[in-house]
Design a protein around this ligand. Sequence first.
Ligand SMILES: [Zn+2]
Length: 277
Amino acid sequence: MKNASAITCILFAAITSVTAFSAPKADRIDIHYVTPKTPEHQQIHDALRERQVLERLQEFLSPFKLPRALKISLAGCDGEADAFYGDDDITICYEYIEELWQRMPKETTSSGVEPYDAFVGPLIDTSLHEFGHALIDMHDLPVLGRVEDAADQLAAYIYLQLGPEESLRLIRGTAYAFLYEASSKQAPSMAEYANEHGTPAQRAYNVLCIAYGADPKLFGQIVDEGILPWERAEFCDEEYEQIQDAFEELISPHIDYALAKENFDRSWLSEAKGQSK
Ligand SMILES: [Zn+2]
């Protein structure tokens, strides 16, 4: 941990946007801040707990109806910077939060990614990816193709329902994190190609394609600047529609749409950034 006060500041910014919401209705989501094993993680734990980050995540997810209680924990993972789902239980590792913080660019990148977005984008994307696993498992939803791709698609689709500025910033931040990971090491090994997840670069292009397919005008820059090759971008509208059709068929019956609209209409990141200054 390089700078505890700085991370406290940015975590504060990450969660203050939701405080104006009405009382949470997510009585099917239980949250836990697991006591860390290291002093570095204690600082992250304290900052997250003080700012009620999990309470806010619980609130954001409250429109989704679940058949059983879902537990979401922030916990130490013995050095593994990850997040995972299993047995009605999502764990987001303190190590992962720490890694996101360390990977933040010092200043806005040449492609317009702000440091704050490079932190909060992948954090939200990952949290929703794990929630996607929970939705698929708890509702016993059918999946054609790799379930890890489906969870990525679900995550991106959900936050693309937010307003244009929110969506743009979250997509930029998420793609930044995947591309950072892709560029910071050698080409993937054969074992990495065998992994149940796509490679970081593939996951970046997938999320960029979903975004471009959702709104080619809003996300036109990623094609204009050659970040997403036109050969892929050309049919991203069809990829987005495929996800949209599946979401409407499989997930929509399990959503309180009045509550979802209230959530999606809020300017979460803008309010958070305003309060961080
Ligand atoms: Zn996964």
